[in-house]
Design a protein around this ligand. Structure first.
Ligand code: KIV
Length: 271
């Protein structure tokens, strides 16, 4: 029997046990009830209600515009579908940076109004106070370092981060600091595989990588990307498991043809 079938409900403690016993952690994003039900049933360990909803659900260019209310809407839809996975929700841009009181209020709203199990924040030393204050309320916090899309206007591009020694050193320091502050896990986005492997070895908490190589304790992808719902986004790290954009569009074309040609509905498809 596979590991995921033996476990009733994934908790932050399960993820730590996975790291200690060398079991890799699987994580995907979901933003709505129907997709979350499919993904949870597929045996995923962690569902991230990512602020990538801003891109793939709402069509914004960046993750910055999505609001706390919108994240709570997506998160509560996901939570209603999930029986096994740990549900982690991104605190959106502007709801935690530079203000730990606001960070705590935002995290409490997410937990109370959506029923999710943990929150995720982007950044290192600069958000330490917010992380620690959220933890005082008993809310588990996942960190996120490397390419942090909420800071895209500071970075200027979505290219690989921490290639230079100074940024790599700062990333390692931030990772250790987030662990010390009490984070239960860390996302490492788009950094060199060697650095991600070193960070993963240095930490007791699990790391979950996206574009960070095979040395992390787990992997995360945006479900719309791995299912091929998005078409133009083709980074090197992305493995597509389906080509749903074309498959769905072909089904739509077939339906349009069937309606126009009076092939649908047939005798059996009516009352
Ligand atoms: O919002 C998101 O989907 C994320 C993942 C890319 C880790 O933060």
């Amino acid at each position: 029997m596979s590991v995921h079938k033996e476990i009733k409900r994934i908790t932050t403690h399960t993820l730590l046990e996975f790291k200690q016993t060398g079991v890799k952690i699987s994580m995907l994003t979901a933003y709505d009830f129907s997709m979350a039900r499919i993904i949870d049933g597929g045996g995923i360990d962690v569902i991230l209600v990512g602020d990538s909803a801003s891109n793939v659900m709402a069509g914004h260019e960046t993750t910055l515009p999505i609001t706390l209310n919108e994240m709570i809407y997506h998160a509560s839809s996901v939570v209603r579908a999930v029986n096994r996975a740990l549900v982690v929700v991104d605190l959106p841009f502007g709801t935690y940076q530079g203000n730990s009181k606001l960070a705590l209020e935002s995290a409490i709203r997410i937990m109370k109004e959506s029923g999710a199990h943990a929150v995720k924040l982007e950044g290192g030393a600069e958000i330490r106070e917010s992380v620690e204050r959220i933890l005082t309320a008993g809310i588990p916090v996942m960190g996120h370092l490397g390419l942090t899309p909420q800071s895209i206007y500071k970075f200027g591009t979505y290219t690989v981060r921490a290639k230079e020694e100074a940024e790599a050193t700062k990333l390692m320091e931030d990772a250790l600091l987030l662990e010390k502050s009490g984070c239960f896990a860390l996302v490492l986005e788009k950094i060199p595989a060697k650095l991600a492997g070193e960070v993963s070895k240095a930490l007791h908490i699990p790391t979950i990588g996206i574009g960070a190589g095979g040395g992390t304790d787990g992997q995360v992808l945006v479900s719309h990307d791995m299912l091929g719902i998005t078409k133009e986004f083709k980074p090197r790290f992305l493995r597509r498991y389906l080509n749903l954009y074309d498959e769905v569009q072909n089904a739509v074309k077939q339906y349009v043809d069937d309606v126009k040609s009076r092939n649908f509905p047939n005798e059996q498809e009516q009352y």
